[in-house]
Design a protein around this ligand. Sequence first.
Ligand SMILES: NC(=O)c1ccc[n+]([C@@H]2O[C@H](COP(=O)([O-])OP(=O)(O)OC[C@H]3O[C@@H](n4cnc5c(N)ncnc54)[C@H](O)[C@@H]3O)[C@@H](O)[C@H]2O)c1
Ligand SMILES: O=C(O)CC[C@@H](O)C(=O)O
Length: 526
Amino acid sequence: MSKVLVSDPIDQAGIDILSQVATVDVKTNLKPAELIEIIGEYDALMIRSGTQVTKEIIEAGTQLKIIGRAGVGVDNVDVPAATRQGIVVVNSPEGNTIAAAEHALAMMLSLSRYIPDANASVKRNEWDRKTFVGAEVYKKTLGIVGLGKIGSHVAAVARAMGMRLLAFDPFISTERAEQIGCQLVDLDLLLQQADYITLHIPKTPETTHLINAERLAKMKPNARIINCARGGIIDEDALAAALKEGKIAGAALDVYESEPLGESQLRAIGKEVILTPHLGASTTEAQVNVAIDVAEQIRDVLLGLPARSAVNIPGLNPDVLEELKPYMQLAETLGRLVGQLAGGRVELLNVRLQGELATNKSQPLVVAALKGLLYQALRERVNYVNASIEAKERGIRVIETRDASVKDYAGSLHLEATGTLGTHSVTGALLGDGEIYLTNIDGFPISVPPSQYMVFTLHRDMPGIIGKLGSLLGSFNVNIASMQVGRKIVRGDAVMTLSIDDPLPDGILTEIIKVPGIRDAYTVTL
Ligand SMILES: NC(=O)c1ccc[n+]([C@@H]2O[C@H](COP(=O)([O-])OP(=O)(O)OC[C@H]3O[C@@H](n4cnc5c(N)ncnc54)[C@H](O)[C@@H]3O)[C@@H](O)[C@H]2O)c1
Ligand SMILES: O=C(O)CC[C@@H](O)C(=O)O
């Protein structure tokens, strides 16, 4: 019989499902070394946010087939390490949506009426009716940052409470926002007009400290901000300063830059601040939902069936998956790349399956390309199951073509994304040893393996330009691992692809574009 380790508290409903097919051990509060010592015995690991599943733990899990996260965020799992080891990572993208949305709404109302402090004062035997005069939310403006599953539910309820709704989400179409009753605006306008701001976005390099001192200064003095998404989206020091200086009226946080929350100036602020210990998903209903959702997937995978919400490996028929597996990673990488080159909101994705990929069996590659494209917006919430539906809801049109006559490589994939900022294309193939290669960018032939951090330039092919760019990056201590130029004619237009060792520091892209001869530059993280 298979063995499952449950290393965080999960609802009994999940344990009951796992027990149908496996021996289940519940061992919570394990230290990393203890987990490393025992994980080798287990076929599956089920966690919430408490267990950090590091590369070392994954490597010690030599029998592991699946890691199940009873919740949405898999930021506590080293997913690339699991993928390399062929371990399926599954989550529950929707099980706690309502719980998290209701927590944000509860925070908004509690902030408006100072409920936590009023409650504490009565419990101290006081009867103070002057200190706690609040504000109504009716007819006030709510700014929703991130109009995904949770943001949309918050919108629906807030609308019923008579609030005016603004939303900022660069990956959502105006029509979709209107369907939900929100006016889609840019972030600055939202900050300037909203009385309440609620964050419902993933934590990504772009959203880290999205709410910083500069943006807090743009908010109204009566504005209140709520973060039930991820810690670190708000700069907590800047928030504490803005509250102390009266630049904004209040803040309610459920998530923190570091959890559990340590020393923090926010604790010292009075009724204007509400702090909860990451309780967004903590309802009986949500815990039952996520436990059942994830336990069913673990059970299915242990029985040799596909998982419905795999973050890293699609739930396909095993034979088809085996055949397509090398190309799935290619499609996803190209999707991520073209999405970042296109920037902004993508409206159309053309996927051309070429050579031996030009068959109906290759359809999952289109889904993999969409998963890659949507990763920037949705992170681990996009999977092979929901990618097509998420794309449809975001107004992304997908055109799929097949061309068996392209014979440069056994099979290759060409993606072209058109968005609000223009059109970009990428082509890629697998070389003999199965390694992914980028073979064309925006019509320019290249031959480079993708790397985690890359820079692309569109420039005039002329003497000195490579040296200038190299010196510029050197002056910012950016180490170039490899470089290649692709051109169609000598001294015409060209693209340069650079693999760099670390993410490009902020502000350098603007400096690159100032180099004479360089027309455009992009940085991507794959
Ligand atoms: N506090 C909790 O316990 C708890 C519980 C559940 C979820 N969460 C968190 O809530 C957040 C939202 O979850 P969800 O299920 O609604 O996710 P979702 O994927 O459905 O929606 C996220 C939305 O954010 C948008 N987005 C991405 N990058 C953006 C950016 N730079 N600017 C503006 N919008 C951007 C996406 O387009 C998407 O519409 C996540 O961070 C999730 O981890 C927290
Ligand atoms: O397990 C939890 O309670 C955290 C849930 C939440 O942050 C999630 O990502 O689903």
